[in-house]
Design a binder for this molecule. Sequence first.
Ligand code: SF4
Length: 687
Amino acid sequence: RYPALRTPIILRNRTESAAAGLELPHRLLMGSMHLNREHSSAQLTAFYTARARGGAALMITGGAAVSREGAGNAGYFLINEPEHQERWLPVIDAVHAAGARIGVQLFHAGRYAFEDSFGLTPVAPSAVYSRFSRTTPRAMTEGDIQRTIADFAAGARAAAALGFDAIEVMGSEGYLINQFASPVTNQRDDAWGGDAARRRAFGVAVMRAVLDESHGLPVIARTSGADLIPGSSSDEEADELAVELASAGAAAVNVGIGWHESRVPTVQSMVPHAVWARVAARVRTALRTTGLDTPVIASNRINAVDQAERLITDGACDLVSMSRPFLADPTIVATSFAGDASSVNPCIGCNEACIDRSFGREPISCTVNPRAGREIEFPIEPTLAPHRRTVAVVGSGPAGLEAARAAATAGADVTLFEADEQLGGQFLMAGRVPGKEDFLGTVAYFEQELRRLGVQVALGHRVSEAAELEGFDQIIIATGVLPRQVAIPGIEQTDPSGPNILDYAHAFAHPEEVGPRVAIVGAGGIGVDLAHFLVTASEAGSDSAEIQARNERHRFLVEHGLAAGFPPASARAVTIMRRNGPIGAGMGLTTRWAAVQAIRAAGVETLTGVDYRRMESSGLRVGIDGVERLVEADTVVVAAGQVPHTILSAELSNFGISHTVVGGARDAADLNAVIAFEQGLRAGDAA
Ligand code: SF4
């Protein structure tokens, strides 16, 4: 399997002799991820060792800032500071002992640095405000530029001395080198700006300085293939920079996509898998046309080994870099190479526990694998004790699934009860939302994993009384949530000629009951998802042909419109509204804007500051800023939050039966999938 991926490759700087270079046994890399856990040597060791054992050919660290002013925040690894360097020695040793390789990414955030990190004003080619860091940087002087180039060179020296196997120079995603290359952020008129060639000069100077100090380590140029910022570098200019970096001697070109300020979704779940590989292919063609055979690495939203194999076979790239999939499943390479790709826990592109936390300067993990980044806290050591405990888990949403998996992994004898005929709970619902089809992959993974672990699964079995759970050593209640009711005069639907009134769960399950004019009461994450579902989905449900069609539509729009990578407006008129706060409040930092942009682009009307007055025969009467208005609707769907489903846990408590409540059944107000999986892990692990 995977003959293209499994063809070894040597990464070698063009400036090195044929005898030099780093041989990789296969072509799948783990890309750079800032963990916000860089202060713990032990945790870093556990994190990277797990992925090394999982088969990554080469792992690239999160950004290693070459100076304090270049750090994205105070949690960054500062490669030129001795105390930080020492922290990485055990990590490098452990990765090597596991038979893998680790490269360091030299990094300077430029105007993406947060001013409050070290109390330093961020620097950049020009003083152009950054919406990402909410700072206006100081324009770099000639002295600043020379010092920064020297900082990169010092970082390369340190990398070689520490024993890293490779170096990557971060020049994409809108960081400093990318800022120099772009006319949007480089408004200089000197040796470092004024035309495209001078804007490239800084990146090329950094690359030469790093190569000079690399001591034979291969240097990968991470460069932007498409900034996705209005007025920024053209494709031709991006290609030209890649050509110059390769000509300078880079061992490989890793093609990044999009800036953090871009308003084109690049890695969200709605973005089709591998869609950006076409940019890597374009860069590769530019290199080959110039006679350069420098290997090209594709990245961004590639999340399965099969996809990686296809990209290499198609000639889009020579290697593939995946990052988040290694969070979701550290063993993705080894498991896939062993012929068991369906046993991989897939990344669902939610960003909630990884990128959102990283941008929020919190330690990252993974929604579907809450052990990620916490390998010390949650080691996988099946106890398989001689007297196995019996554990009942009631409910199979994210919390219940994870609790069952964790308990079985810890050696317990687990029975999972689910009232529905399918596992998955809220994830089944989410999987029907356009662009969230990957959520169904999580359910499929858990089905297989629970089978492998020997969990008894009782589908269609509603545990209706506490007595059924007697005899289990431990009981975990994950019964989830119920839709919250809202008090609007007339919503009891006494008028048979009035709108059909449904809750969100029913609307998701039975879209055929939803008419052509819909008012959605409530606009948190579920309301936005529901609007997206109703405005785009056919009433037929989500069979595979429909999923395929949706993906194709997304693919086409992203490829051809970029800024309009969303589905077309549907015949259904949908209005979504809420009393307080913005549309999509509570959704993740990197997903809310994309989802709200998507539903607006699809024609959904969004209303905030709404005062619900009464139901009328032709819709919902509301007030907005004191002005009355009728939102015409034949269907009103209530998506105004959830309440815990507590009937069973209350009964257990009444009988004095010990149990643990997790997920929405415990707290529906602040619930999200990250918390649900984590609570499931903690309860199952303790079983
Ligand atoms: Fe993927 Fe979500 Fe996990 Fe991030 S948190 S790695 S996006 S599944």
